[in-house]
Design a protein around this ligand. Structure first.
Ligand SMILES: Cc1cc2nc3c(=O)[nH]c(=O)nc-3n(C[C@H](O)[C@H](O)[C@H](O)COP(=O)(O)OP(=O)(O)OC[C@H]3O[C@@H](n4cnc5c(N)ncnc54)[C@H](O)[C@@H]3O)c2cc1C
Length: 380
C-alpha cells in the first residue's frame, strides 16, 4: 500500500489527510502548531455568491467548494465527529453611504441571478428596511438600505480543522505534532523527517500555509506566496445571545460575524509585507474599531475578549496553487488560499488528495497549476 504524508495541518492539510484516509490510503499528517496559523485566526465567512471579487479562478473553485461543505459535515458526523463548526447564519448587506445605497438594487440583481444559476449559500434574497436590519442585528446603527441573504454560512476554522483531523485519525491516519522537512535523495523526495524519525513516503502533500517556501527550499523551488498578516478582534456581548446574528457586509475590506453564545468577530487588517510579525498593534486595533463602531455603535460597551493574529498564505495573483511540483511529480502543493481558505480549503484539500492518489481531479485544475509561474521566478 502506498503511504502519503501531508505537511501542514491547517484547514487545507487537515482536509487532504481526511480525504486520503477516507480513500484507504496510509496517511501521516504532520503539523508544527505554528503561532500565526491562519486557520486558527480566520473569520470564516462562507458566502462566495455575494462577493464582488472577480479574480480568475475564484468562481470555478468556490462554487463546488461551497456545494461540498454540507456533504463534508455529514461525512464527519457519520464517523461520530460532530461540532464541525459549519452553520447557515444569513448575511446582511447594508449601504452606509448614498453611493452604496444607489448600487444596492443592481448588486441584489446580480446575487439573484447567481442564485438562479445555481450558486449555493444565497437563497431567496429579500430587500429589507433599515429598521428590519436592526432587528436582525441589534448593534447596528443608521444605514441607508439593506438586503438579507438567508443562506450565507459561517465556519469556525478551529472546529473544522479539529473535526477533519479527528475524522482522519478515526479512519486510521497517524497524526504527528512536529516540524517536518523533505528529504531529497538523488533528486527525488522519498521521505520526510520529523524530529528523529525518518518516514518513507510515496508522495507528499504540502499545505504549510504561509511557511511553504521554507519547506520547498530543498527542492530549489519557490512559489510567489507570502504571509499577509491579519489582526482580528473578538468582542463578547454581555447578556446578548449572538448565535443567530447574521454576518455583516458593508462592501468594505472589513466585515463582522458572530459565534455563539455571545461573541462578535470584527475583522480584519490585511497587512502586506508583514513577514512573520504576530504583534497586535495600536494601528491595527484603531483601523478595526473605528470602522466597526461607526457601523455598529451598539458594540461600544462589549468586552474585548481576545485579538487573534493569523498569516494568510497570500498568492501574488490571488489564486491558490493546487498541483504537482514540476520535476517532482510525487510532491503535491495545495497552498496560497489567501483571504478565502476557510471557504475553499476543505474542497482544495479533497482535490490535493485526489492528485496524491494519482487520480484525475474532480475539476479542471489548470488555472491553479504551479506551471503558471514564470520559470525564472520559480527557482530560488
Ligand atoms: C484575520 C483573518 C480572517 C480570515 N477570514 C476568512 C474568511 O472569512 N473566509 C475565508 O474563507 N478565509 C478567511 N481567512 C483565510 C484563511 O484563514 C486561510 O486562507 C486558511 O486558513 C489557510 O489555511 P492553510 O491550511 O493553508 O494554512 P494555515 O492555517 O496557516 O495552516 C498551515 C499549517 O502548516 C503548519 N506548518 C507549516 N510549516 C510546517 C512544517 N515544516 N512542518 C509541520 N507543519 C508545518 C503550520 O503550523 C500550520 O498549522 C482569514 C484569515 C485571517 C488571518
Amino acid at each position: 500500500m502506498s503511504r502519503v504524508a501531508v505537511i501542514g495541518g491547517g484547514i487545507v492539510g487537515a482536509s487532504a489527510a481526511f480525504h486520503l484516509a477516507e480513500a484507504g490510503i496510509e496517511t501521516v499528517l504532520v503539523d508544527n502548531a505554528a503561532a500565526g496559523r491562519a486557520t486558527s485566526a480566520g473569520a470564516g465567512i462562507v458566502a462566495p455568491g455575494t462577493s464582488m471579487r472577480n479574480t480568475p479562478g475564484f468562481a470555478q473553485l468556490s462554487q463546488p467548494a461551497v456545494h461540498y461543505y454540507p456533504q463534508l459535515v455529514e461525512k464527519l458526523s457519520a464517523l461520530g465527529v460532530d461540532n464541525a463548526g459549519y452553520e447557515v447564519c444569513g448575511k446582511l448587506v447594508v449601504a452606509d453611504t448614498p453611493e452604496k445605497a444607489e448600487q444596492l438594487p443592481g448588486n441584489t440583481e446580480i446575487f439573484r441571478q447567481r442564485y438562479r444559476d445555481g450558486m449555493p449559500n444565497i437563497g431567496e434574497i429579500e430587500a429589507i428596511t433599515p429598521a428590519q436590519a436592526q432587528e436582525l442585528l441589534p448593534t447596528l446603527g443608521e444605514v441607508l438600505g439593506a438586503i438579507f441573504v438567508p443562506a450565507a454560512a459561517r465556519v469556525d476554522g478551529t472546529k473544522m480543522r479539529a473535526a477533519m483531523t479527528a475524522g482522519a485519525e478515526r479512519l486510521g491516519a497517524r497524526i504527528i505534532i512536529g516540524d517536518a522537512t523533505l528529504i531529497v535523495d538523488n533528486g527525488e523526495v522519498k521521505a520526510i523527517a520529523v524530529a528523529d524519525e525518518i518516514i518513507a513516503i510515496d508522495s507528499v502533500v504540502i499545505a504549510a500555509g504561509a511557511w511553504i517556501n521554507q519547506l520547498m527550499t530543498p527542492l530549489h523551488y519557490q512559489l510567489p506566496i507570502a504571509p499577509q498578516k491579519g489582526q482580528i478582534l473578538h468582542i463578547e456581548m454581555p447578556e446578548q445571545e449572538t448565535t443567530n446574528w447574521p454576518i455583516l457586509d458593508w462592501n468594505s475590506s472589513q466585515y463582522q460575524l458572530c459565534f455563539g453564545p455571545n461573541r462578535v468577530v470584527c475583522g480584519a487588517t490585511r497587512e502586506f509585507d508583514s513577514g512573520y510579525d504576530l504583534r497586535v498593534t495600536p494601528a491595527g486595533m484603531k483601523h478595526i474599531l473605528d470602522e466597526q463602531l461607526r457601523l455598529c455603535p451598539g458594540l461600544a460597551n462589549g468586552t474585548i475578549a481576545e485579538v487573534r493574529v493569523g498569516l494568510r498564505p497570500y498568492s501574488a495573483d490571488e489564486r491558490p496553487f493546487i498541483g504537482r511540483v514540476p520535476n517532482h511529480q510525487n510532491v503535491v502543493v495545495c497552498d496560497g488560499h489567501g483571504p478565502s481558505g476557510l471557504m475553499l480549503g476543505p474542497y482544495s484539500g479533497l482535490l490535493a488528495a485526489e492528485l496524491a492518489r494519482g487520480e484525475a481531479p474532480s475539476i479542471d485544475l489548470s488555472l491553479y497549476a504551479l506551471e503558471r509561474v514564470a520559470r525564472e521566478n520559480m527557482h530560488a
